[in-house]
Design a protein around this ligand. Structure first.
Ligand code: F0G
Length: 445
């Protein structure tokens, strides 16, 4: 297996390659990197993954991430050798991804207006730190450990910091967290404190915090664990892997995510590109990305709402100047991302190019929803006995919007990802207190 995995620049005109021990998140020309594998995993592994659902005492089988370890074997270990797994693979006792699978939620289906049998919602909020981030953090911290990093660093709207802090504490490494001061749900911030992370408050928004954290990581020997780290993307591929496995690898028509920094969009795209190339799937589901109306960079650019040009990956030749002009325009007009769904309050999605590549490969779509719609989406999920946060509510109402406009057909099979659990206790309380809200059940005395 040694020599099988390496890093490669995503820009086909550049294509610089690096060894798997490289810790830079970009090539020397400043482009994003992919983890690549020379070997083609055989589809007979589907059986192995299925069998591992009976874990037989192994945390690496119990883990919803490492159960698929052959498809993310950047450590290049003998994946059947559990001693090697223990030495290399970072896991919170097998808990990451363990409870995640697609569920039917009849009230959400009814609200959306599609048959219950066609809608699957996959809660990622039941991960140990309460969001999908644990999937990618298990792999990023595995790589950090592999290269002997002493400190991991991230910027966060909250969930990343909770996941990073949790794994860092469990592995005995330090963790610095850059947060936009005053813009983080208290429940998320308290997790980072609880796990012993060093919080650095940045006077600005998430985009400012990310810039500062990247500078500090570079200057002070920190290992960046934001989703621009290609090893984060490897772990997040297991979100669609689990969905596909539970559907017996029968590919749905759509996979739907809220869009922030676009790590999820990128990882879903990479997972599908690999599965297709390896002959594991014959059909390609379409990805739909749901932006908040107040943080709609991807939607604006993809749908041609800026300078009337629809930004595309364009086979590796995206119009990057258009993106720069859009950011200049935001700066010049003093436009800042603004939504109550702070998890996705992001103006400069760091993975935008990988996101565009994913959308091109899957013939994807991007749309926006309002804050009040997201609250309804979040609340209807609750009525099915599942918890999710406001940003995840975007998935539900995004599907509804796309069904209403006829983009998603009523007989399409849709998998929506509910990215995180509620960590802002007052959001549901305030929602339900107001009888005007669609699903409100106001308190009575
Ligand atoms: N949903 C939740 C609950 C999130 O926490 C995030 C991102 C997203 C969606 C967006 O996902 O970046 O892959 O497009 N939260 C980050 C954080 C940025 O710092 O916790 P994306």
């Amino acid at each position: 297996m040694k020599g099988d995995a390496y890093l490669k620049c995503i820009d086909p005109k550049c294509g610089l390659e690096y060894s798997i021990e490289n810790t830079n998140v970009q090539c020397e020309k400043g482009h994003l990197l992919d983890v690549k594998y020379k070997n083609k995993p055989p589809s007979s592994l589907k059986e192995v993954f299925y069998k591992r659902r009976n874990s037989e005492g192994s945390i690496f089988n119990e883990s919803g991430v490492w159960r698929f370890r052959e498809l993310l074997n950047f450590c290049q270990i003998d994946t059947e050798n559990l001693e090697e797994c223990s030495k290399y693979l970072v896991s919170l006792d097998g808990a990451e991804g363990r409870q995640s699978k697609p569920y039917r939620m009849s009230k959400a289906a009814e609200f959306i207006g599609i048959p219950n049998n066609n809608l699957w919602l996959q809660p990622e909020g039941y991960n140990p730190s309460g969001s999908f981030k644990d999937n990618g953090m298990a792999t990023a911290v595995t790589h950090a450990k592999m290269v002997g990093a002493k400190k991991i660093v991230c910027a966060s709207t909250g969930n990343t910091s909770a996941a990073a802090g949790m794994f860092a504490a469990n592995e005995g490494i330090n963790c610095d967290v850059y947060i936009p001061a005053g813009q983080i749900a208290p429940g998320k911030l308290s997790q980072a404190y609880q796990f012993g992370a060093q919080i650095i408050e940045v006077d600005g928004n998430f985009d400012d915090a990310l810039k500062q954290s990247l500078d500090d990581a570079q200057n002070h020997d920190g290992y960046t664990v934001n989703s621009i780290n290609p090893f984060r993307i490897e772990g997040q591929k297991t979100i669609p892997f689990r969905a596909l496995e539970y559907l017996n690898w029968k590919v749905p028509d759509w996979i739907v995510y809220p869009g922030g920094a676009l790590g999820n969009t990128s990882s879903c795209g990479k997972a599908l590109m690999e599965l297709y190339e390896w002959g594991w799937i014959e059909k390609i589901p379409r990805i739909a990305v749901i932006n908040s109306e107040g943080a709609s960079t991807l939607s604006d650019l993809y749908n041609g709402e800026f300078e009337n040009e629809k930004l595309r990956w364009n086979k590796g030749n995206p119009n990057v100047e258009l993106i720069s002009r859009y950011y200049d325009h935001l700066d010049k007009e003093g436009l800042k991302p603004k939504t109550k769904a702070t998890a996705i309050q992001i103006g400069r999605p760091a993975n935008i190019l990988k996101g565009l590549r994913a959308l091109e490969f899957t013939n994807g779509v991007v749309t926006t929803v309002t804050d009040s719609e997201m609250l309804d989406g979040m609340s209807v999920v609750g009525l099915n006995g599942f918890d999710c946060e406001m940003a995840s509510g975007a998935t539900v109402v995004g599907i509804k919007k796309l069904v209403n406009e006829g983009t998603i057909k009523k007989d399409d099979v849709v998998v929506g990802i509910l990215t995180g659990r509620q960590k802002d206790a007052m959001i549901p309380v305030d929602y339900h207190k107001n009888p005007e809200n669609k699903f409100a059940i106001p308190p009575r005395n």
